[in-house]
Write a protein that binds this ligand. Structure first.
Ligand SMILES: [Zn+2]
Length: 153
């Protein structure tokens, strides 16, 4: 991250309080802040950092939800675990299964709630959507003309 100072401390402080997200304000008001991002390397770097943080959070919470789903789907098919629970730990198989199932459900609920919070409280959806559309555009440009002409307009 750059150590350069912000060239307009007032605007920099406002942007910092918004976590460098100007997607929520009106286009007329946005112009000044966009101009500041063009002029100020520090705020530009901070904005990039915060957006990648949001993207990472969204990715981690959705991965977490997926892993809990996977764990729930696997629960029924693991005989070795039943063996360990029954022989080594002396636990009842039913109880163990219910305990793991409850933990899986709780984890899944927590992950989904965390993902919902990340998607509503941060500009992650628009940030990730922007990346996706940019990648799609770049991919389309790399396609041969014959294939590109087949695409409906
Ligand atoms: Zn700045």
């Amino acid at each position: 991250m750059t150590t350069a100072k912000c060239n307009d401390r007032v605007v920099g402080a406002i942007l910092a309080s918004w976590r460098y997200d100007i997607s929520g304000i009106s286009p007329e008001m946005r112009k000044d802040y966009e101009q500041h991002f063009l002029e100020c390397a520090r705020c530009r770097a901070r904005q990039k950092f915060h957006r990648s943080l949001d993207g990472t959070l969204a990715l981690l919470t959705s991965l977490s939800a997926l892993f809990f789903l996977f764990a729930l789907s696997v629960l029924k098919h693991i005989k070795p675990l039943e063996h360990v629970a029954f022989k080594t730990l002396g636990l009842d198989i039913e109880d163990t299964y219910h305990m793991l199932f409850s933990a899986g459900i709780a984890g899944l609920c927590f992950s989904v709630i965390a993902l919902a919070l990340v998607l509503t409280a941060t500009p992650a959806p628009s940030y990730l959507g922007g990346i996706a559309s940019e990648r799609a555009k770049r991919f389309e440009e790399s396609l041969p003309d014959a294939i590109r002409s087949l695409r409906p307009r």
